[in-house]
Write a protein that binds this ligand. Structure first.
Ligand SMILES: Nc1ncnc2c1ncn2[C@@H]1O[C@H](COP(=O)(O)OP(=O)(O)O)[C@@H](O)[C@H]1O
Ligand SMILES: [Mg+2]
Length: 246
């Protein structure tokens, strides 16, 4: 049977053929990796390429300071003017207690086709809002987690659940980054987003001296007969380039 799933191409040179042409429209992809593995670049390139095609894209930059992402984008020669209003980049470079509300507001502001949040860790580890859990009411708490102790990690998970729910409601195709700690067990630090997402893309960087070696691996992708092996890639002066053929 033909593939009837509508797919969103990343436009990243050589990548889409490894995932049956793209990520399923409306799916949520977690982009995981240790620092410097290319998460922000992968996501920015995907949104930029789609903005050029007329898709309305939101990139919530919660990690790099104001202007830094734009600088990286320009360095690759991607013309932000061409993307115009289709690529809205919003930067917040300090964790603040109103982070969840801020993100929810931005996500719901427009009928976006694509949303990126870079990174989820900035949300789950943002300072606690003392009344945050209180505002939810017992029914909401009961349906989200087992209400035991509200330690920081539990509250972090509650925040992420809210964010995932809002993104699902928006029907946008989403890319959320999360930082992995070298050698840590499990996929994510928060231990919940890996279950809430539809797809997981892990980026690796193994560099010894001048010989750098980057690979990507899709470890989960709903509705797709995706590549299972490691996919080698490089970050060149033009952005991400896949170094394998499918
Ligand atoms: N112009 C460039 N040429 C080659 N590699 C680059 C260039 N710009 C950035 N990089 C590589 O990309 C890395 C940063 O990628 P990034 O997506 O910000 O990582 P992450 O978001 O996973 O922390 C840098 O550490 C560097 O190795
Ligand atoms: Mg980053």
């Amino acid at each position: 049977m033909a593939d009837e799933i509508e797919r969103i191409q990343t436009g990243i040179r050589g990548f889409d053929s490894f995932v049956e042409g793209g990520f399923p429209k409306g799916s949520i992809t977690l982009v995981v990796g240790t620092p410097g593995t290319g998460k922000s670049i992968f996501v920015a390139e995907t949104l930029f390429n789609n903005a050029l095609k007329g898709k309305k894209c939101l990139y919530l930059n919660l990690e790099q300071g104001e202007g830094k992402l734009e600088k990286q984008i320009r360095q690759f020669g991607w013309d932000l003017e061409k993307a115009g209003k289709n690529l809205r980049i919003v930067s917040v470079d300090f964790p603040n207690p109103g982070m969840v509300e801020f993100v929810l507001e931005e996500v719901q502001r427009l009928d976006y086709d694509m949303i990126a949040i870079d990174s989820l860790d900035s949300i789950s580890s943002s300072p606690l809002e003392t009344d945050e859990v209180g505002k939810m009411g017992m029914d909401r708490i009961a349906e989200t987690v087992i209400p035991t102790l509200f330690d920081a990690q539990t509250v972090g998970r509650l925040k992420l659940k809210k964010i995932f729910a809002a993104i699902s409601r928006s029907r946008a195709t989403a890319f959320l980054t999360t930082e992995r700690i070298e050698g840590a067990q499990g996929i994510t630090r928060d231990t919940i987003s890996e279950f809430l997402c539809d797809n997981i893309l892990v980026l690796y960087y193994m560099g010894v001296g001048s010989s750098q070696y980057r690979t990507a691996q899709i470890i989960k992708m709903r509705l797709s007969n995706h590549e299972k092996e490691f996919i080698p890639f490089e970050i060149t002066k033009k952005g991400i380039e896949i170094r394998a053929e499918k």
